[in-house]
Design a protein around this ligand. Structure first.
Ligand code: COA
Length: 402
């Protein structure tokens, strides 16, 4: 088999989308609906005119060290049923990554169905999205600020709030305006409402929530007019806040639904600071979606992120990248005034795999953990401490699924 990796063309539509449906589910109706989808953001693996696999890329930005860094998110890699376990996805990903590197794209991120397919092409675990659940009766009740409804007309102000919060947390998306309607507000069933509330401080939106109601059982509720208890849970699509008053007010507002409500569900980082407002009970962790990341262009990725203010430091490292030759080699990383300069170096004793560098870069792993995991070798104590200061950061998190 000699696999060619290229952008998807119109002529590939039927075979490529059929592979997509065979991989993720769907039948003739969905295939017909895909007739209108653009193909320009998809890539295929082809062998002698036959389509073997397909993937979709999404060009976005992700926050690292207080700067948004361009990233190519990978959605929906699929390989034809009879072509699996023959190295097709590895060839597709490798070819695509080399093209991206040549175009100077710094990062790539994906949610994986198996780590095994992505580690060999340079991705490593880099952040997570945790789903929490807490009974409404365990939320704080005070509402120091007025909570008011908002709608599409307020999106610029609400989006600014999201942007300020996302710049302070590694991994969060530089969310484009088009994302809100389909991805945050969409998919509400015909017989349900979408609820949007916010708080304003000094003329600025400092917190908001977007949620739906989900029917839920609560046998202790004495509703005599219904044959069965009819209660609901509050499922937050987003719960974003910038100040203590904003967090307290939104939680107090949600707590006021506890007569018939059951629980609040929300997504947050692994060490969600929202838990600091819960007076008694720790929320239950429902699960987590962990994502993987790769530095596609090592020097661009290191150059474009932010670093701690006041740090003046330098480290030399040899990056091992068996898939993208342009990344494979030694570099000097010099950090000053929150920014970095990256120069080629002759060699370095400190070795890091391109996978390990992704975990360090996002703040998912400390250099000490990366050393214990064998992803980083040959570093002196001083170099470890320097790397720890350079890549210090918040627990990496993404609310968006793709
Ligand atoms: C996951 C998928 C894309 C892999 O494609 P593939 O061409 O069969 O993968 P490759 O042959 O290139 O194998 C790459 C590595 O992935 C792993 N892998 C492949 N198929 C796997 C499977 N079904 N389950 C777990 N791991 C698998 C293997 O470890 C393999 O490495 P190895 O050959 O050294 O053991 C393919 O199975 C598929 O389309 N699955 C359904 C959709 C899906 O899960 N997409 C990924 C969403 S993130």
């Amino acid at each position: 088999m000699s696999v060619i990796v290229r952008r998807m063309a119109e002529a590939d539509r039927d075979s490529a989308f059929r592979i997509f449906l065979d991989s993720f589910g769907g039948g003739p109706d969905r295939l017909a609906a895909m007739a209108e989808l653009p193909v320009t953001d998809r890539w295929v693996a082809e062998d002698a005119g036959r389509i073997l696999g397909v993937m979709r890329e999404l060009r976005v930005g992700q926050s690292f060290g207080g700067c948004f860094v361009p990233s190519a998110w990978v959605a929906a890699v699929g390989v034809g049923l009879t072509d699996r376990s023959h190295g097709v996805s590895r060839a597709l990903m490798s070819g695509w990554l080399r093209e991206l590197h040549d175009a100077g794209v710094p990062l790539s991120t994906l949610y994986m169905s198996t780590m095994a397919a992505y580690r060999p092409v340079g991705y490593e675990l880099a952040g997570t999205r945790v789903s929490y659940q807490v009974p409404l009766e365990h939320l704080p009740r005070a509402q120091p600020l007025t909570v008011e409804a908002w709608d599409e007309g307020d999106l610029a102000e609400v989006g600014d709030c999201y942007r300020r919060v996302s710049l302070e947390r590694n991994g969060m998306m530089d969310r484009p305006e088009w994302w809100w309607e389909p991805r945050v507000f969409g998919g509400v069933s015909a017989d349900a409402f979408l609820y949007r509330y916010r708080v304003i401080e000094d003329g600025r939106t400092t917190g908001y929530v977007v949620y739906t109601l989900k029917p839920d059982d609560r046998p202790d509720v004495p509703i005599h007019w219904a044959p069965e208890p009819e209660c609901f849970a509050l499922v937050a699509r987003e719960l974003v806040w910038e100040t203590p008053s904003a967090a307290r007010s939104l939680l107090g507002f949600l707590a006021a639904q506890r007569t018939i409500g059951t629980d609040l569900y929300w997504n947050g980082p692994a060490n969600d600071p929202l838990i600091a407002f819960l007076p008694e009970r720790h929320p239950q962790v429902q699960g987590s979606f962990t994502w993987m990341m790769r530095l596609v262009h090592v020097s661009e990725a290191l150059r474009l992120r932010g670093y701690p203010a006041g740090l003046d430091a330098e480290v030399q490292m040899r990056v091992a990248d068996p898939v993208v030759p342009g990344n494979d080699g030694a570099v000097t990383l010099r950090v000053r005034d929150g920014r970095a300069e990256v120069e080629p170096a002759s060699d370095a004793d400190l070795h890091v795999t391109v996978n390990g560098l992704a975990a360090l870069y996002s703040g998912w792993m400390s250099p000490y953990d990366a050393t214990r995991a064998g992803l980083l070798t040959g570093a002196t104590e001083e170099e470890l401490a320097t790397l720890a200061r350079m890549f210090q950061g918040t627990s990496p998190y993404l609310n968006e699924m793709f």
